[in-house]
Ligand binder design. Structure first.
Ligand code: NAD
Length: 478
């Protein structure tokens, strides 16, 4: 499955210098799906050299040309959408329909950044005297090292690759070890679109060796990471020694407040559809439900009904709505969270274990827990599994306090029919993104990112490209 790819360095696919390979496991069967090169230090140095060689030419390449390459890459991806979606479903277990949707979103990011490349606006400022002018120009930050997680194996890399290329920066990407093929497809599209050698590089292999080598390299001026808060903190510490610019998209634990005036059935159906998407392995997945006590019964019943109706199975089979988790770690975590919550008094309304008849593959039933105690692990740790904990509230201010009582601050949601409640709650929630009666937040036009320990920087929207640019102030006296 990965034969046509490998490490992509200086415009060519190749093996690791000593030929070592790393197996990729199919999460639906637990069998080996294929293998990819395990880069050695010398391969990483080659990638750094290639990026360094490409940098002066790429930063001097016109915005129009950069834009055209991104647009062409979008066309190539569009031509191979179905085959790419199959690769993604194989390696991630994601239902095919969701893989198609993710690659369509990746096309959207290619197109968005093709447009953004031509919208890098500086400023002209009146000087302190009639004979001075001050201006601010935005210049590419330099070589970027990027690291991504496996849950969105195309969208997470594309948000970094397309932004860096649009801004005039060479980039070295280390995709998630579990799902490298989807990112390889994106790189191949850029290759076919005529992206010059060294501008985009992709390396697979041992995470720690790769991050250490790339982050310690003084020529790398920016790192961009999507993954867990723990690993993000480690990379941030490493970046400090050479004071690199850093973007971090980290974990979340999104609260959902269902207010007294909301429609509990609409809220439950909307929430269930989003909660179980990608088997709950979504950083902005709604993961703590605070429901007004008058709606708790109807909301939880409807949520459980939606959960029980979902079709579980191998993502490659048409009609499957929930596939396996990405790895065994997720499966054990899901079971531990459910067992802990029920031992602390939660009622199990749906799911709760590995589904019957699935002896291989990392499957877990879509699960709904009601009356979950605030000290249950699931209310305090990022779950990243298809388990939805529901808890009732009587006082809205207290619900907001509970929602904010976490070191995470990625996404948050509120359901209400009142405009003033919507404004009050959305402004009070400590999160980088808030959905009001809406839970589909990720789109190229909007800035995606978190506050507190959920990260720094934004991807997408008109802010996204500025994470890859540095302002330069020039003062002229004439
Ligand atoms: P992870 O942090 O364990 O791994 C993420 C990536 O980093 C993987 O490619 C992994 O191989 C690599 N990695 C692991 N250790 C590393 C190290 N020491 N140096 C360099 N790279 C290293 O996270 P995960 O379990 O793969 O992904 C799930 C996490 O990602 C969740 O916490 C989730 O919330 C977060 N996430 C955040 C966003 C966002 O946009 N905020 C999006 C998706 C996922």
């Amino acid at each position: 499955m990965y034969q046509e790819f490998g490490l992509y360095i200086d415009g060519k696919w190749r093996e690791a210098s000593d030929g070592t390979m790393m197996d990729i496991i199919d999460p639906a069967t637990e069998e080996v799906l294929g293998s990819v090169p395990a880069a050695k230090k010398t391969d990483l140095q080659d990638a750094l050299k290639a990026a360094k060689k490409a940098e002066p030419t790429w930063r001097a390449t016109s915005a129009l040309k950069r834009s055209q390459i991104l647009r062409k890459a979008a066309e190539h991806l569009s031509d191979r959408l179905e085959a790419s979606a199959r690769i993604m479903s194989y390696e991630s277990g994601k239902p095919l329909e969701q893989s198609r949707g993710e690659f369509s979103a990746a096309i959207g990011y290619f197109e968005w950044y093709a447009e953004e490349a031509r919208r890098i606006y500086g400023q002209i400022i009146e000087g302190p005297s009639p004979r001075t002018r001050m201006s601010v120009h935005y210049q590419p930050v330099g070589i970027v090292a990027a690291f991504t997680a496996w849950n969105f194996p195309a969208v997470l890399p594309i948000r970094k690759i397309a932004a860096a290329i649009a801004a005039g920066c060479p980039i070295i990407l280390k995709p998630a070890s579990e799902c490298p093929g989807s990112a390889m497809v994106l790189v191949q599209c850029l290759h076919e679109a005529g992206c010059p050698p060294g501008v985009i590089n992709l390396v697979t292999g041992p995470s720690q060796l790769i991050s250490k080598t790339l982050i310690e390299a003084p020529d790398v001026r920016k790192i961009s990471f999507t993954g867990s808060t723990d690993v993000g903190k480690r990379l941030l510490e490493m970046a400090a020694s050479t004071v690199k610019k850093v973007s971090l998209e980290l974990g979340g634990h999104a609260p959902v407040i269902v207010c007294e005036d909301a429609d509990p059935i609409i809220a439950a159906e909307t929430a269930a559809a989003v909660k179980f998407r990608n088997a709950g392995q979504v950083c902005i997945s709604p993961s703590r439900f605070y429901v007004h006590e008058s709606l708790q019964e109807s909301f939880s019943k409807s949520f459980a009904k939606s959960a029980k109706a979902l079709k579980i199975g191998n993502g490659l089979v048409d009609g499957i709505e929930i596939g396996p988790l990405a790895n065994m770690r997720g499966l054990s975590h899901a079971q531990a969270l459910v067992d802990d919550a029920t031992s602390k008094g939660a009622d199990l309304l749906a799911g709760g274990s590995r589904p019957a008849g699935f002896n291989a593959g990392y499957y877990f039933e879509p699960t709904v827990l009601n009356n979950v105690s605030e000290n249950a692990m699931i209310m305090n740790e990022e779950p990243f599994v298809p388990v939805a904990p529901i808890s009732a509230f009587g006082n809205l201010e207290k619900a907001i306090e509970r929602a904010n009582d976490t070191h995470f601050g990625l996404a948050a949601y509120v359901f209400t029919k009142s405009l003033s409640t919507a404004n009050m709650v959305s402004e009070a929630l400590e999160a980088g993104m808030v959905g009001v009666n809406d839970m589909l937040l990720a789109t190229p036009e909007a800035p995606f990112g978190g506050v507190k320990e959920s990260g720094m920087g934004r991807e997408g929207g008109s802010l996204g490209i500025y994470d890859y640019l540095e302002p330069k102030y020039i003062k002229t006296t004439f």
